[in-house]
Design a protein around this ligand. Structure first.
Ligand SMILES: C[S@@+](CC[C@H](N)C(=O)[O-])C[C@H]1O[C@@H](n2cnc3c(N)ncnc32)[C@H](O)[C@@H]1O
Length: 233
């Protein structure tokens, strides 16, 4: 499914990009206009052009994106652990965006920011080519019913856009408790091509647990993980 950037104008208005309601639903076109950013928030000057790399991160530093960052436990710990990298959380719910911004500011984490926007739109239309060192998609909604599969974030178009947005050698890390979505993502990446599957043993590198992961592991659920790399050449 690909609406083209103008079709997305309606989509953004429906889902909310700049409004003030917690669920972001609004029919008011003025809600797509940029609003003042909170400290720690990234508000694009224009939602209908691709961002410049310098709008996203400090000059020359690796950028990592956490799609659907929720309350931001993972984002905050990563920003604390790697002060030499920049981190961008993407989250559609304003209440969660506010919470993460407050925590980033309180903890003086100037290498972390949050963008309140829809994940697919962000990857397909806003991220510049070869701008991401890593993209994390952790515990996304699995949309388990077959008739809802088209709502899953990971579709071939998304994977193609993600491959464009990653730097050569950049990585896509995916984690879910839903075995069938795990298989689906493997299929979509294979269909798209242009990625190498890497091993991802637990504790291979610093990787904090997300809020949902902690909750699901406490319930005894298995987490399914995939790690891909865009080849260097
Ligand atoms: C199941 S939670 C996982 C949160 C976090 N990644 C974690 O593991 O704790 C999914 C999060 O993604 C956000 N989300 C879902 N669909 C989204 C979309 N299309 N665009 C942006 N955020 C989205 C939800 O609001 C929610 O905060």
């Amino acid at each position: 499914m690909n609406f083209g950037i103008h079709g997305y104008r309606t989509f953004l208005i429906e889902k909310g990009a700049g409004g003030n309601e917690n669920d972001g639903v609004s029919t008011q076109p003025h809600n797509v206009l940029p609003r003042p950013a909170m400290a720690g928030e990234l508000v694009p000057a224009d939602y209908f052009r691709r961002l410049e790399r310098m709008e996203l991160c400090h000059d020359g530093r690796p950028l990592e994106v956490d799609l659907g960052c929720g309350d931001g436990a993972f984002l905050l710990e990563m920003a604390r652990q790697f002060p030499e990298r920049d981190f961008l959380g993407v989250e559609r719910l304003l209440g969660r965006v506010r919470k993460v911004c407050k925590k980033l500011t309180r903890q003086h984490l100037s290498n972390g920011r949050v963008l309140r926007l829809e994940s697919r739109y962000t990857v397909e239309w806003l991220l510049p080519e070869a701008s991401l060192a890593r993209l994390h998609l952790l515990c996304p909604d699995p949309w388990p019913k077959v008739r809802h599969h088209r709502r899953r974030l990971v579709q071939v178009e998304f994977v193609e856009a993600l491959r464009r947005a990653l730097v050569p050698g950049g990585e896509f890390l995916f984690m879910t408790d839903h075995e069938e979505y795990f298989g689906w993502v493997g299929d979509k990446v294979a269909e798209c091509g242009g990625f190498e599957l890497l091993e991802w043993p637990e504790d291979a590198f610093f990787y904090p647990k997300t809020d949902f992961q902690r909750q699901w592991e406490a319930e005894g659920k298995t987490m399914w993980r995939l790690r891909y790399r865009k080849p260097l050449a």
